[in-house]
Write a protein that binds this ligand. Structure first.
Ligand code: AHG
Ligand code: MN
Ligand code: MN
Length: 332
């Protein structure tokens, strides 16, 4: 079958044998994410309508259609994953603590934890600009048969068994890795089916795009300021072009296709930057490395950081290999 007609469902089944643990389990989990992605896509697509025509939402007495989309996305992912008898715990940007799941009273037999940023780039919702979802999957480290613990979530990124994102853009795409390269699937909205559209995605070795919120420039460390000036200098293939959407997922997606670097440095007003290690940086780092790119906190590999807190923040430099290496040189 040519890629043109391959669906995400078929792809998951075809590739499940390369997974070293129980392959059927991972497939069920990914299928849960696929379903939740479609549900959230449906909500995102009608976001602008909710205030105009009541019936755009599933109007009910609690006025659920008025809910903020990041809260709604959070609920949809949690509901969908809970039903699958596969996930023992979920941590989310929208929840202070992790959620322990013991579905159908199965004595905590589920083996996987999921960490999610249900709606990334939420400030872009109201202005009809691309947003996303980010997810990260680990096997639990505590014994099966016991309730999930914080340590199941505080694992370094190198332990991830799968990670991905959904970008709700001009088209909706699901991009993921299970440690065997990165593949992208585009949703055909008429059929509600994701098709393999971007097989074996890979960052160009270098690129011409730098993505950073330059409004924070005065607060950045000197090394970051110097690197930004380097990007703007006229020499060789520079100056680079500046592109910043303000949705990590969308900025990353563009840079992976075209070549570029995304930066969210620490600053004098945010000592660890803004992005969260566990459900933003680690999954993007896993995808980046699987796509021939790099992800660093400025000094060391993101995926080797030992997490200490669920909502821990970390500086983030991610993208084309040579660009991240150059940025690191400036920060030495
Ligand atoms: P979220 O919407 O999940 O809180 O994440 C927003 C993040 C990230 O997506 C984006 O790149 C960054 O915050 C933008 O931050 P600034 O507005 O500070 O540039
Ligand atoms: Mn986010
Ligand atoms: Mn978010």
């Amino acid at each position: 079958m040519t890629n043109q007609y391959k669906t995400l469902g078929e792809f998951i089944i075809e590739h499940q044998d390369s997974f070293k643990y129980s392959s059927g389990e991972l497939s069920r989990l990914l299928n849960g994410i696929r379903l939740a992605a479609k549900v959230v896509n449906h909500e995102v697509n009608k976001a602008g309508l909710v205030d105009i025509i009541g019936e755009a939402g599933d109007t009910n007495i609690q006025g659920e259609n008025q809910q903020k989309l990041d809260v709604l996305a959070n609920e949809k992912f949690i509901q969908t994953l809970k039903k699958r008898e596969i996930v023992c715990g979920i941590a989310s940007e929208e929840e202070d603590d992790f959620i322990s799941i013991n579905s159908f009273d199965n004595n905590h037999q589920n083996k996987y934890v999921v960490l999610i940023d249900p709606l990334d780039g939420s400030s872009n919702i109201d202005v009809n600009v691309s947003v996303g979802t980010i997810f990260s999957i680990y096997r639990r480290v505590t014994p099966v048969g016991t309730p999930v613990q914080l340590e199941d979530f505080l694992q370094p990124g190198i332990n991830q068994i799968a990670a991905g994102y959904i970008v709700y853009g001009t088209s909706t795409m699901l991009v993921y890795t299970t440690g065997d390269g990165v593949n992208g699937f585009t949703l055909n909205p008429a059929l509600g089916t994701f098709y393999l559209s971007h097989p074996n995605m890979s960052f160009p070795e270098t690129g011409k795009i730098y993505s950073v919120n330059e409004g924070n420039y005065v607060h950045f460390p000197q090394g970051v300021k110097n690197y930004i000036k380097y990007c703007q200098q006229e020499e060789g293939d520079r100056p680079y072009t500046s592109r910043y959407i303000g949705s990590l997922v969308s900025d990353f997606h563009r840079n992976m296709i075209k070549g570029g670097i995304y930066m969210y440095p620490k600053s004098s007003v945010a000592s660890e930057g803004k992005l969260r290690l566990l459900y933003e940086c680690n999954p993007m780092a896993f995808i980046a490395e699987q796509a021939n790119g790099l992800a660093s906190d400025g000094k060391k590999r993101i995926m080797e950081i030992e997490p200490t807190e669920l909502h821990q923040r970390v500086p983030f430099f991610c993208g084309s290999r040579k660009m991240v290496e150059k940025a690191e040189e400036f920060m030495k």
